[in-house]
Ligand binder design. Structure first.
Ligand SMILES: Cc1cc2nc3c(=O)[nH]c(=O)nc-3n(C[C@H](O)[C@H](O)[C@H](O)COP(=O)(O)OP(=O)(O)OC[C@H]3O[C@@H](n4cnc5c(N)ncnc54)[C@H](O)[C@@H]3O)c2cc1C
Length: 373
């Protein structure tokens, strides 16, 4: 494999598959990218307006290092899909998650500052900091344009000579066709159904609602540039992104929702979810308490049992790779995921054992799914 140029079909043009196709192409492979609905489509986990990129990852050094590399790779795209806003971590209780990241962040060149509640109140008068124990600010964090980024990656791949086609792939038929030497299935929330024996509910899609509230007329007080990404870290983690590209002030609850079928799910937001988001607005961002809901998205996380990514070969087919398990935090990492897979396929490099499927064989279905997002 390392001496000839492999022919590779990548199935799935979401963040993971798109970047994998691009990286494979840059390493000299002949690549075809296939998707059932299109790059970053609205049913996929990479659809929608924006995703957070941040480096605070608790004690998980591996992800901080992946984020560092991801920043470099995101910048290689022909158009920018990133806006830096900084991220404000608002902690109600134990802030061990942030503290445990600090030395790892410093090792990787990321700054993070603890800010007193008084200072935070002066710096962001739009926020009510009452009830919080500590506040941390990560200056380099920001927002990635999600669906648009998938399109930019796909377009670059095609411009560089790659083939992209719309097709709903049946794995056995495609592999039997002999179209390629290697097949990479980056099928997000569909991965479990496509490989019921090997993946099954080790990728469990859950319904996640995202709301956009209208910002005050004639004001950029809640827009990127003047307002940061924020995480309200209580028993529920609720987070948001300031207005980017005039879409609205984003609010989302990281709590895992109901199981969802990504193909057929009804994507109308729930009254209960909207009401909870509004409660948080009233408490934390009082100027927005009556802001109109101007848009919404119903997406799904594709959760692995331990919240870690899945990047591995199929145990019974060495030329078949399975990628997924983004678990609510995969988007930012996708360039690095693509690079890892590309290097493994073209140059035979190892993928970290933390992402091996085998680690999940002991995990039982009823296990509480862990979150890293
Ligand atoms: C609401 C929400 C908020 C999130 N927030 C963040 C965040 O702030 N930061 C962050 O880093 N991550 C975040 N994530 C997670 C991140 O977006 C996902 O982990 C990531 O986008 C997953 O990408 P993927 O390529 O694995 O899957 P997908 O984007 O779902 O791509 C899979 C693709 O495979 C295609 N496909 C499936 N089956 C077939 C088939 N049989 N034939 C052909 N094509 C097929 C689909 O059409 C789809 O396009 C969030 C996710 C959601 C839903």
């Amino acid at each position: 494999m390392s001496t000839s140029k492999p022919r590779v079909v990548v199935i799935g043009a979401g963040a993971f598959g798109g970047w994998t196709a691009l990286q494979l192409q840059q390493l000299g492979a002949r690549v075809t990218l296939v998707d059932a609905f299109g790059a970053g489509n609205t049913r996929s986990s990479s659809g929608g307006e924006t995703r957070v990129i941040r480096a605070i990852y608790g004690p998980d050094r591996i992800y901080v290092e992946m984020v560092r590399r991801a920043y470099e790779l995101w910048e290689t795209l022909p158009e920018s899909v990133y806006v830096e806003t900084g991220a404000l971590w608002m902690m109600h209780g134990d802030d061990g998650y942030v503290r445990s990241s600090v030395p790892i962040l410093h090792d990787n060149g990321f700054a993070v500052d603890q800010i007193s509640l008084d200072d935070a109140g002066k710096r962001w008068p739009q926020i009510n900091f009452a009830g919080l124990k500590s506040v941390w600010f990560e200056p380099r964090a920001g927002a990635l344009s999600a669906r648009r980024a998938c399109g930019v990656v796909r377009d670059l791949f095609v411009k560089n000579g790659g083939t992209f086609r719309i097709e709903a792939v049946k794995p056995e038929e495609l592999i039997r066709s002999g179209e390629a030497d290697v097949y990479v299935f980056a099928c997000g929330p569909w991965l479990g159904k496509l490989f019921p024996d090997v993946v099954g509910d080790r990728v469990r899609p859950t319904r996640q609602e995202v709301y956009y509230f209208g910002t005050p007329r004639g004001s950029d007080r809640f827009s990127a540039g003047r307002f940061p990404i924020w995480m309200d870290f209580a028993e529920r983690i609720v987070y948001g992104i300031p207005d980017v590209n005039a879409r609205g002030f984003k609010v989302a609850d990281d709590t895992r929702g109901e199981p969802i079928d990504p193909t057929t799910a009804n994507r109308t937001p729930s009254a209960g979810g909207i009401a909870r988001a509004r409660e948080l607005l009233a408490q934390r961002f009082p100027e927005l308490k009556d802001a109109p809901l101007i848009a919404s998205e119903v997406c799904q996380y594709e959760n692995s049992p331990d919240g870690n990514l899945i990047i591995d070969r199929h145990p019974n087919a060495r030329n078949v790779w399975l990628l997924g398990g983004g678990s609510g935090h995969g988007f930012k990492l996708s360039p690095t995921v693509g690079e890892l897979v590309g290097q493994a396929i073209v140059n035979g490099k190892d993928v970290p054992a933390a992402f091996a499927l085998g680690r999940l064989s002991k995990v039982r279905n009823e296990t509480q799914f862990e979150r890293k997002s």
